[in-house]
Write a protein that binds this ligand. Structure first.
Ligand SMILES: [Zn+2]
Length: 284
Protein backbone atom coordinates (compact mmCIF):
# COMPACT_ATOMS: atom_id res chain seq x y z
CA UNK A 1 0.00 0.00 0.00
CA UNK A 2 2.74 2.44 0.99
CA UNK A 3 4.66 1.54 -2.11
CA UNK A 4 1.55 2.17 -4.15
CA UNK A 5 1.08 5.62 -2.61
CA UNK A 6 4.71 6.51 -3.27
CA UNK A 7 4.44 5.29 -6.84
CA UNK A 8 1.25 7.24 -7.27
CA UNK A 9 2.63 10.50 -5.95
CA UNK A 10 5.81 10.01 -7.96
CA UNK A 11 3.66 9.51 -11.03
CA UNK A 12 1.77 12.71 -10.31
CA UNK A 13 5.01 14.60 -9.79
CA UNK A 14 6.26 13.36 -13.10
CA UNK A 15 3.04 14.39 -14.77
CA UNK A 16 3.20 17.92 -13.41
CA UNK A 17 6.62 18.90 -12.16
CA UNK A 18 5.94 21.86 -9.92
CA UNK A 19 8.52 24.11 -8.38
CA UNK A 20 8.23 27.30 -6.39
CA UNK A 21 8.56 29.14 -9.71
CA UNK A 22 5.77 27.26 -11.44
CA UNK A 23 3.10 29.75 -12.35
CA UNK A 24 -0.13 29.29 -10.43
CA UNK A 25 -2.05 29.25 -13.72
CA UNK A 26 -0.14 26.13 -14.76
CA UNK A 27 -1.22 24.41 -11.56
CA UNK A 28 -4.86 25.51 -11.48
CA UNK A 29 -5.41 25.64 -15.23
CA UNK A 30 -4.99 21.90 -15.73
CA UNK A 31 -7.17 20.46 -12.96
CA UNK A 32 -10.37 18.87 -14.11
CA UNK A 33 -12.28 18.38 -10.88
CA UNK A 34 -13.12 20.34 -7.76
CA UNK A 35 -11.30 19.83 -4.48
CA UNK A 36 -12.91 17.46 -2.01
CA UNK A 37 -13.43 20.15 0.64
CA UNK A 38 -16.24 22.28 1.93
CA UNK A 39 -16.93 25.24 -0.31
CA UNK A 40 -14.96 28.42 0.30
CA UNK A 41 -13.91 31.42 -1.74
CA UNK A 42 -10.28 31.99 -0.73
CA UNK A 43 -8.54 35.30 -1.33
CA UNK A 44 -9.67 38.05 -3.70
CA UNK A 45 -11.33 38.01 -7.10
CA UNK A 46 -8.07 38.34 -9.04
CA UNK A 47 -5.77 36.53 -6.56
CA UNK A 48 -7.21 33.45 -4.95
CA UNK A 49 -8.75 30.04 -5.43
CA UNK A 50 -11.90 28.04 -4.80
CA UNK A 51 -12.30 25.14 -2.36
CA UNK A 52 -15.13 22.69 -2.90
CA UNK A 53 -16.20 24.19 -6.20
CA UNK A 54 -19.70 23.35 -7.42
CA UNK A 55 -20.38 22.59 -11.06
CA UNK A 56 -23.17 24.45 -12.81
CA UNK A 57 -25.31 21.83 -14.53
CA UNK A 58 -24.73 21.99 -18.26
CA UNK A 59 -28.48 22.41 -18.73
CA UNK A 60 -31.02 23.93 -16.38
CA UNK A 61 -34.68 24.72 -16.81
CA UNK A 62 -33.76 28.35 -17.56
CA UNK A 63 -30.09 28.29 -18.54
CA UNK A 64 -27.38 26.58 -20.52
CA UNK A 65 -23.68 26.64 -19.74
CA UNK A 66 -21.71 27.62 -22.85
CA UNK A 67 -18.26 26.58 -24.18
CA UNK A 68 -18.18 23.43 -22.08
CA UNK A 69 -14.74 22.52 -23.42
CA UNK A 70 -13.26 25.31 -21.31
CA UNK A 71 -14.44 23.62 -18.09
CA UNK A 72 -15.16 26.97 -16.49
CA UNK A 73 -18.70 26.22 -15.36
CA UNK A 74 -17.58 25.94 -11.71
CA UNK A 75 -18.29 28.34 -8.89
CA UNK A 76 -19.09 28.84 -5.25
CA UNK A 77 -22.56 27.37 -4.51
CA UNK A 78 -23.83 30.92 -3.86
CA UNK A 79 -23.13 31.72 -7.52
CA UNK A 80 -25.07 28.67 -8.67
CA UNK A 81 -28.03 29.84 -6.57
CA UNK A 82 -27.71 33.29 -8.13
CA UNK A 83 -27.68 31.86 -11.67
CA UNK A 84 -30.84 29.96 -10.82
CA UNK A 85 -32.56 33.12 -9.51
CA UNK A 86 -31.47 35.38 -12.35
CA UNK A 87 -32.27 32.87 -15.07
CA UNK A 88 -35.82 32.45 -13.76
CA UNK A 89 -36.31 36.21 -14.01
CA UNK A 90 -34.78 36.23 -17.50
CA UNK A 91 -37.23 33.56 -18.62
CA UNK A 92 -40.09 35.98 -17.94
CA UNK A 93 -38.68 38.60 -20.33
CA UNK A 94 -40.03 38.82 -23.87
CA UNK A 95 -37.67 37.02 -26.23
CA UNK A 96 -35.66 35.37 -23.48
CA UNK A 97 -36.12 31.74 -22.51
CA UNK A 98 -33.44 32.09 -19.84
CA UNK A 99 -29.73 32.88 -19.98
CA UNK A 100 -26.60 31.57 -21.63
CA UNK A 101 -23.90 31.40 -19.00
CA UNK A 102 -20.31 32.04 -20.12
CA UNK A 103 -17.17 31.66 -18.06
CA UNK A 104 -17.38 31.31 -14.30
CA UNK A 105 -14.32 29.70 -12.65
CA UNK A 106 -12.09 26.67 -13.07
CA UNK A 107 -12.90 23.63 -10.88
CA UNK A 108 -10.52 24.90 -8.19
CA UNK A 109 -10.59 28.52 -9.27
CA UNK A 110 -7.21 30.24 -9.39
CA UNK A 111 -5.48 32.00 -12.27
CA UNK A 112 -6.30 30.78 -15.78
CA UNK A 113 -4.03 29.82 -18.65
CA UNK A 114 -5.95 32.19 -20.94
CA UNK A 115 -8.20 35.20 -20.42
CA UNK A 116 -9.62 36.77 -17.24
CA UNK A 117 -7.53 38.31 -14.50
CA UNK A 118 -10.41 37.74 -12.07
CA UNK A 119 -12.90 34.83 -11.92
CA UNK A 120 -10.51 33.16 -9.43
CA UNK A 121 -12.65 32.50 -6.35
CA UNK A 122 -15.94 31.27 -7.78
CA UNK A 123 -17.84 34.51 -7.35
CA UNK A 124 -17.62 35.92 -10.91
CA UNK A 125 -19.79 34.92 -13.87
CA UNK A 126 -20.17 36.16 -17.44
CA UNK A 127 -23.73 36.26 -18.76
CA UNK A 128 -24.18 36.43 -22.51
CA UNK A 129 -26.02 39.39 -24.01
CA UNK A 130 -27.48 37.08 -26.68
CA UNK A 131 -31.12 36.40 -25.77
CA UNK A 132 -31.52 32.60 -25.78
CA UNK A 133 -34.34 31.60 -28.08
CA UNK A 134 -33.78 27.95 -27.22
CA UNK A 135 -32.17 26.05 -24.39
CA UNK A 136 -31.50 22.75 -26.10
CA UNK A 137 -28.22 23.63 -27.78
CA UNK A 138 -25.94 20.66 -28.27
CA UNK A 139 -22.40 20.68 -26.88
CA UNK A 140 -21.14 21.40 -30.36
CA UNK A 141 -23.52 24.30 -30.90
CA UNK A 142 -22.36 25.74 -27.60
CA UNK A 143 -18.79 25.74 -28.89
CA UNK A 144 -19.65 27.41 -32.18
CA UNK A 145 -22.42 29.86 -31.37
CA UNK A 146 -21.23 33.34 -30.47
CA UNK A 147 -22.88 36.04 -28.46
CA UNK A 148 -23.72 39.38 -30.08
CA UNK A 149 -22.23 42.79 -29.47
CA UNK A 150 -24.32 45.59 -28.03
CA UNK A 151 -21.89 48.43 -28.63
CA UNK A 152 -21.36 51.24 -31.10
CA UNK A 153 -18.41 53.65 -31.45
CA UNK A 154 -15.98 51.74 -29.29
CA UNK A 155 -18.45 51.29 -26.45
CA UNK A 156 -19.62 54.90 -26.21
CA UNK A 157 -23.16 53.95 -27.20
CA UNK A 158 -25.42 50.94 -27.43
CA UNK A 159 -26.34 49.65 -30.88
CA UNK A 160 -29.59 48.30 -32.30
CA UNK A 161 -29.18 44.97 -30.51
CA UNK A 162 -29.75 46.61 -27.14
CA UNK A 163 -33.33 46.24 -25.89
CA UNK A 164 -35.38 47.17 -22.82
CA UNK A 165 -35.09 43.50 -21.85
CA UNK A 166 -31.31 43.87 -21.55
CA UNK A 167 -31.83 46.71 -19.14
CA UNK A 168 -34.45 44.72 -17.21
CA UNK A 169 -32.04 41.79 -16.89
CA UNK A 170 -29.16 43.98 -15.72
CA UNK A 171 -31.49 45.70 -13.28
CA UNK A 172 -32.65 42.34 -11.91
CA UNK A 173 -29.03 41.24 -11.48
CA UNK A 174 -27.98 44.50 -9.83
CA UNK A 175 -30.99 44.40 -7.50
CA UNK A 176 -30.01 40.98 -6.18
CA UNK A 177 -28.64 41.32 -2.64
CA UNK A 178 -25.81 38.85 -3.26
CA UNK A 179 -24.37 40.97 -6.07
CA UNK A 180 -21.50 43.38 -5.36
CA UNK A 181 -20.82 44.72 -8.86
CA UNK A 182 -21.68 44.26 -12.48
CA UNK A 183 -19.26 45.22 -15.24
CA UNK A 184 -20.55 46.38 -18.60
CA UNK A 185 -19.32 48.69 -21.37
CA UNK A 186 -19.75 52.42 -20.66
CA UNK A 187 -22.39 53.10 -23.34
CA UNK A 188 -24.77 50.60 -21.76
CA UNK A 189 -24.47 52.17 -18.35
CA UNK A 190 -25.12 55.65 -19.73
CA UNK A 191 -28.14 54.37 -21.67
CA UNK A 192 -29.56 52.84 -18.50
CA UNK A 193 -28.90 56.06 -16.62
CA UNK A 194 -31.08 57.82 -19.20
CA UNK A 195 -33.83 55.22 -19.22
CA UNK A 196 -34.06 54.37 -15.49
CA UNK A 197 -37.33 55.35 -13.86
CA UNK A 198 -37.92 55.70 -10.13
CA UNK A 199 -35.42 54.26 -7.68
CA UNK A 200 -31.87 54.46 -9.04
CA UNK A 201 -30.02 52.62 -6.27
CA UNK A 202 -29.42 49.57 -8.46
CA UNK A 203 -27.41 51.66 -10.94
CA UNK A 204 -24.65 52.09 -8.37
CA UNK A 205 -23.53 48.48 -8.73
CA UNK A 206 -23.28 48.69 -12.51
CA UNK A 207 -19.77 49.83 -13.35
CA UNK A 208 -18.31 50.73 -16.75
CA UNK A 209 -15.36 48.66 -17.91
CA UNK A 210 -13.43 47.70 -21.03
CA UNK A 211 -14.90 44.97 -23.20
CA UNK A 212 -18.10 43.53 -21.76
CA UNK A 213 -20.22 44.28 -24.81
CA UNK A 214 -21.09 40.68 -25.71
CA UNK A 215 -21.60 39.68 -22.09
CA UNK A 216 -21.95 41.35 -18.72
CA UNK A 217 -19.96 40.24 -15.72
CA UNK A 218 -21.62 39.63 -12.36
CA UNK A 219 -19.50 39.70 -9.22
CA UNK A 220 -20.97 38.46 -5.97
CA UNK A 221 -19.92 39.78 -2.59
CA UNK A 222 -18.10 37.38 -0.29
CA UNK A 223 -20.57 34.98 1.34
CA UNK A 224 -21.62 36.02 4.85
CA UNK A 225 -19.07 35.01 7.46
CA UNK A 226 -16.53 33.77 4.88
CA UNK A 227 -13.30 34.29 6.81
CA UNK A 228 -10.75 34.07 4.03
CA UNK A 229 -12.67 35.82 1.28
CA UNK A 230 -11.60 39.38 0.49
CA UNK A 231 -14.29 41.77 -0.70
CA UNK A 232 -13.54 44.59 -3.13
CA UNK A 233 -14.13 48.09 -1.75
CA UNK A 234 -17.76 49.03 -2.49
CA UNK A 235 -18.48 51.34 -5.44
CA UNK A 236 -18.55 55.04 -4.52
CA UNK A 237 -21.92 56.38 -3.32
CA UNK A 238 -24.45 57.54 -5.89
CA UNK A 239 -25.67 56.11 -9.18
CA UNK A 240 -22.27 56.40 -10.90
CA UNK A 241 -23.85 57.99 -13.95
CA UNK A 242 -21.49 60.97 -14.10
CA UNK A 243 -18.49 58.63 -13.95
CA UNK A 244 -19.94 56.52 -16.77
CA UNK A 245 -20.56 59.63 -18.86
CA UNK A 246 -16.91 60.58 -18.32
CA UNK A 247 -15.85 57.17 -19.72
CA UNK A 248 -18.00 57.83 -22.76
CA UNK A 249 -16.56 61.32 -23.22
CA UNK A 250 -13.06 59.88 -22.98
CA UNK A 251 -13.88 57.29 -25.64
CA UNK A 252 -15.19 59.97 -28.00
CA UNK A 253 -12.39 62.44 -27.28
CA UNK A 254 -9.44 60.46 -25.96
CA UNK A 255 -7.37 62.53 -23.54
CA UNK A 256 -3.61 62.59 -23.90
CA UNK A 257 -3.13 60.29 -20.91
CA UNK A 258 -5.13 57.08 -20.52
CA UNK A 259 -7.67 57.93 -17.81
CA UNK A 260 -8.33 54.27 -16.98
CA UNK A 261 -4.94 52.59 -17.17
CA UNK A 262 -4.85 48.86 -16.54
CA UNK A 263 -1.61 48.10 -14.76
CA UNK A 264 0.00 44.91 -16.01
CA UNK A 265 0.87 42.67 -13.13
CA UNK A 266 3.39 39.95 -12.53
CA UNK A 267 2.06 36.43 -12.99
CA UNK A 268 1.41 34.68 -9.72
CA UNK A 269 3.10 31.62 -8.28
CA UNK A 270 1.38 29.51 -5.65
CA UNK A 271 3.07 31.42 -2.80
CA UNK A 272 1.34 34.61 -3.95
CA UNK A 273 -2.09 33.10 -3.31
CA UNK A 274 -3.63 32.55 0.14
CA UNK A 275 -1.99 29.71 2.10
CA UNK A 276 -5.15 27.61 1.90
CA UNK A 277 -4.77 27.33 -1.87
CA UNK A 278 -1.98 24.77 -1.47
CA UNK A 279 -4.46 22.41 0.22
CA UNK A 280 -7.02 23.16 -2.48
CA UNK A 281 -4.50 22.01 -5.09
CA UNK A 282 -3.56 18.88 -3.19
CA UNK A 283 -7.04 17.70 -2.24
CA UNK A 284 -8.24 14.56 -4.01
ZN1 LIG B 1 -15.95 38.25 -16.73
Amino acid sequence: MIRFVIALSFGLMMAAPASAQTLAKELFGRLEAASNQSSAALGSYAKGCLAGGAELAENGATWQAMRLSRNRNWAHPDMLAFIERLSRKAARLTGWSGIYVGDMSQPRGGPMLTGHASHQIGLDADIWMLPPDRLNLTRRERENLSSISMRREGGAFVNENWTPQHMALLKAAASDKAVARIFVFPGAKVQMCKDAKGNRDWLRKIRPWWGHHTHFHVRLACPKGAKNCVDQAPPPPGDGCAAAQKWVDDILNPPEHDPHPTTPRREYVLADLPNQCAAVLQSR
